[in-house]
Design a protein around this ligand. Structure first.
Ligand code: AQP
Length: 333
């Protein structure tokens, strides 16, 4: 397999959590270390689809970049930048919203979930969020996009937009058709309090998620309080779907340890949940504690983070400026 062109983004909407790490950032690091061409973007334009405090947003942009670095993304190998610093993202988003169809966007389940009951009051930006995501990807001719399972539908839309543009402008190879890279098992990490809801930064309950900045004692406490049930530890996958909280905790254990699920059933059979939770906490602390300490250290060094973002923006600008000119020519501008 040749070198892949990787693009992915993370919203600066607060502390990143274990779901962001397992579903996305851990894979970013692996792809970078396999020597692919990688661009990792702090998608601040996506963040403002819901109201943000400008001061906190600025801080969150830096913190997200610090988290990328603390997890192992190396600015000498990968481009790290924030989306609003390269105006071609916004320009292309408008152009692609003239290619995308209303019917396609009406099917997007994330809009329905995030807009909630009162969708008339949601921003237009939240509705066309997937078009901006398509622009991010297509602008850099990305061939592969590592995302959590929750973003699969948006990526399919990016593929549809790419194909329609190529057909409409009679330019079969103009945009690449990007492939999603979604891990096969446990690609969606769920809330520790409700196994049917995804782990999310915007969940009001701190106990629902493990933040990458949590202390060891926060982690131990949250896992202790994570929802389980009164049945014994499972010995196989039968009935696991009807025990979503248990399935989720086993999924976290499997993703972080690299152990297959059968091995985990074997390791914990005849043990009670408090023993499993103890081992799970130890594993999470082992993986997250070095990241958490590094985020805290980098958060003090704002001039270094700003320099990383600034250097990344220059490189992203260089890569995108020819493509946006070519796109405008296609429209006749
Ligand atoms: N629970 C999750 N399990 C697996 N992957 C996840 N991702 C997010 N949550 C999970 C993946 O992380 C990447 C960055 O996501 P994002 O922060 O840009 O947006 P999001 O998916 O909307 O994340 P949140 O935590 O739910 O944020 P808020 O609460 O601000 O909306 C993506 O690849 C995503 O798939």
């Amino acid at each position: 397999m040749g070198v892949k062109k990787i693009f992915s983004g993370v919203q600066p909407t607060g502390n990143l959590h274990l779901g962001n790490y397992i579903g996305a950032i851990k894979n970013f690091v692996d792809l970078q270390n396999e020597n692919n061409d990688c661009i990792f973007c702090v998608v601040d334009l996506h963040a403002v689809t819901v109201k943000q405090d400008p001061k906190i947003l600025k801080q969150n942009v830096r913190e997200t970049a610090a988290t990328f670095l603390a997890c192992g993304i190396n600015p000498k190998k990968s481009i790290i930048f924030n989306q609003s610093s390269v105006s071609a993202h916004s320009e292309l988003s408008w152009l692609l919203s003239c290619v995308a169809r209303m019917g396609w966007l009406n099917r997007m389940t994330q809009f329905k979930e995030k807009a909630g009951k009162d969708k008339e009051k949601a921003s237009v930006g939240l509705y066309i969020y997937p078009v901006l995501m398509a622009a991010d990807i297509l602008l850099y001719d990305a061939t592969h996009v590592p995302v959590g399972e929750d973003q699969k539908q948006h990526l399919e839309l990016a593929r549809d937009i790419s194909k329609k543009f190529n057909t409409d402008f009679d330019a079969p190879e103009f945009f690449k058709i990007p492939e999603p890279l979604i891990q096969k098992n446990f690609a969606r990490i769920m809330s520790l309090k409700d196994g049917k809801k995804k782990m999310s930064k915007s969940d009001p309950s701190e106990l629902s998620r493990i933040n990458l900045t949590d202390t060891d004692s926060d982690i131990i406490n949250k896992i202790k309080k994570a929802k389980t049930d009164t049945n014994p530890f499972p010995t196989n996958t039968n009935n696991l779907k009807s025990r979503p909280e248990i399935e989720n905790l086993i999924g976290i254990y499997s993703s972080l340890s690299g152990k297959k699920i059968d091995l985990i059933f074997n390791e914990f059979k005849d043990k009670n949940f408090s023993f499993f939770k103890e081992k799970l906490s130890e594993l999470i602390v082992e993986k997250i504690s070095p990241i958490s300490k590094e985020i805290k250290r980098l958060n003090q060094d704002t001039s270094y983070i700003d320099k990383v973002l600034q250097d990344g923006s220059v490189k992203a600008y260089e890569l995108s400026s020819k493509k946006i000119q070519d796109i405008k020519k296609k429209f006749g501008f």
